[in-house]
Design a binder for this molecule. Sequence first.
Ligand SMILES: NC(=O)C1=CN([C@@H]2O[C@H](COP(=O)(O)OP(=O)(O)OC[C@H]3O[C@@H](n4cnc5c(N)ncnc54)[C@H](O)[C@@H]3O)[C@@H](O)[C@H]2O)C=CC1
Ligand SMILES: O=C(O)C1=N[C@H](C(=O)O)C[C@H](O)C1
Length: 268
Amino acid sequence: MALRITLAGSTGWVGKALVAAIAASDDLVLAGAVSRSAAGQDAGEAAGLSRLGVPISATLEEALREPSDVVIDYTKPDVVKANTLTALAQGRHVVVGTSGLSAEDYTEIDGEAQKAGRGVLAAGNFSITATLLRRFALEAARYVPDVEVIDYASAKKPDTPSGTARELAELLSEARQPATSKPVAELTGVRETRGGALGAKEPVQVHSLRMPSFVLSCEAVFGADNERLVIRHDAGSSAAPYVAGTLLAARRVGSFTGLRRGLDTIMD
Ligand SMILES: NC(=O)C1=CN([C@@H]2O[C@H](COP(=O)(O)OP(=O)(O)OC[C@H]3O[C@@H](n4cnc5c(N)ncnc54)[C@H](O)[C@@H]3O)[C@@H](O)[C@H]2O)C=CC1
Ligand SMILES: O=C(O)C1=N[C@H](C(=O)O)C[C@H](O)C1
């Protein structure tokens, strides 16, 4: 039997690409779709495809009246947490693509997923090459403690930092030794120019730029004595790179209980 997907954010940039990929797959079926702006329309037609016979709901609660196995969320930072908790309460596994959730939000989501006996797979970036950035940066952090993250995105991106940068900084914080740079609290001048510190163990400074011309780029900059390593990912203007990773997550999220973060946690 095909895996039944409820897609929140089905008319968005990523959502439309997911509707097309689900419709083209043999093992997945779109059971429900959510978009406030397109409620009542057919999910296929709203994504620029032929009719799929799946009406778009205005809320996730409404869409979940139709049975499904997995909820995929690509909505907005202020919507995703409530959607995830609703989906878990309704017995669904969840794939979280939407950015903007904090470490505390994820702790709460993990607790609810454990209670519900369901899986949640969240990734700040579902593209394979962005996942490689994360893997290579974590390897570098074993040898070079001084690392900071630069996050570049479009002028319109509503959240800061990006999910990609936030997840990377939190992981680097766990993996690296203390930095040798002067602690921010000891600096004079305008301390905010040193960026925001993220991560519980050895917090990592993150610097976010927002301006026209960027889609989303993320850099891990490692500094050592007289040398420097920069590992950078640049997203292009299509949502295609996120689709394969998101659907892999949908296929695997039912195989574990609780929260996992990052595509690499389910990659072979
Ligand atoms: N993890 C990853 O690999 C990626 C994450 N993202 C993140 O995913 C999120 C969505 O990105 P885009 O597709 O570019 O956004 P978008 O703005 O193009 O689409 C958002 C969708 O959510 C729907 N929506 C908005 N408010 C809603 C509500 N209250 N209830 C139900 N649906 C609602 C809209 O109708 C639209 O269909 C952003 O947070 C973005 O940062 C984007 C690309 C990749
Ligand atoms: O808002 C976006 O567009 C994107 N957001 C994701 C993030 O916050 O990391 C990633 C994606 O590349 C695009």
